[in-house]
Write a protein that binds this ligand. Structure first.
Ligand SMILES: C[S@@+](CC[C@H](N)C(=O)[O-])C[C@H]1O[C@@H](n2cnc3c(N)ncnc32)[C@H](O)[C@@H]1O
Length: 244
């Protein structure tokens, strides 16, 4: 079923890492390439042309544009209207709702996708279950999320989150005079490799499951098999499975 072979090369990791340096100052330079890269990652498992794809927490349109350009019939679910309005994204086929209770019938989509949202919801594995529920039998589920114990786990409060999320939040507020955008305990939560693998392997509705570091080259994929080290070094984990 593989249409495009996705290559996790060192050069690709380096390009993403360099682009990440512009995330705040010039978001287009990071999120555009990240969305294109993510589309290719999904195409490795499933051709996109004509497929009905749900993107949970798609954000301000980069992923919508990239998935549509690849031929997918894209539906986005966003909790925050402001995120959609940010880049003047077309609201067409965008639904305001929560990944924790997806407003769709069972087995609706060919592909359910989510990038960097799971760490922003209080019940990440409820959201993951919801994504499986709305995926048709034989369809694909792909969930990527930022790991709490990774270098970027605390988002703008990193690396102080290593001393505790609440402490990092207080430190940020003292320094900047306002809370960070991602507030620990409210819109940022500690999600681990361990919990992701436990969910993936216990979910009776998924087969052909895989888990790997999103940004790292293939020769580093062994990391996810090493407890403790994987939490610190994986950065971002991708969970893939096919609906039984
Ligand atoms: C870090 S952004 C990720 C955006 C995009 N997916 C990406 O990878 O660049 C997290 C997004 O998740 C959305 N979000 C947070 N909680 C959500 C929920 N319960 N349901 C759906 N979306 C949610 C936020 O509004 C935000 O747009």
């Amino acid at each position: 079923m593989t249409e495009h072979r996705f290559r996790h090369t060192l050069g690709r990791s380096w390009r993403l890492f360099r682009a990440f340096g512009h995330e705040q100052s010039d978001p287009d330079r990071f999120y555009g390439p990240l969305a294109d890269d993510s589309v290719r990652q999904v195409q490795h498992y499933e051709p996109l042309d004509g497929r009905l794809l749900l993107d949970v927490g798609g954000g301000p349109g980069y992923f919508a544009e990239a998935f549509r350009a690849a031929g997918a019939r894209y539906i986005g679910v966003e909790a925050d209207h402001g995120e959609l309005a940010g880049r003047g994204t077309s609201m067409e086929d965008m639904v305001i709702g929560s990944g924790l209770q997806l407003p769709f019938a069972d087995e609706t989509f060919d592909i359910s996708y989510s990038s960097n949202v799971l760490e922003h919801v209080p019940e990440p594995w409820t959201m993951a279950d919801e994504m499986v529920r709305v995926t048709r039998r034989g369809g694909l589920v792909v969930i990527a999320y930022t790991l709490w114990w990774g270098p970027w786990g605390g988002h703008e409060t990193a690396p102080w989150h290593f001393l505790g999320g609440h402490r990092a939040r207080r430190r940020y507020a003292r320094k900047h005079g306002h809370d960070p955008k991602n507030v620990f305990g409210e819109s940022l939560f500690a999600v681990t490799v361990h919990s992701g693998l436990r969910w993936l392997h216990r979910d009776a509705d998924l087969v052909d499951v895989q888990a790997f570091p999103r940004y790292l080259p293939r020769w580093m994929h062994w990391l996810v098999r090493v407890p403790v080290v994987r939490e610190l070094a994986t950065w971002n984990l991708v969970l893939v499975g096919r609906r039984r």
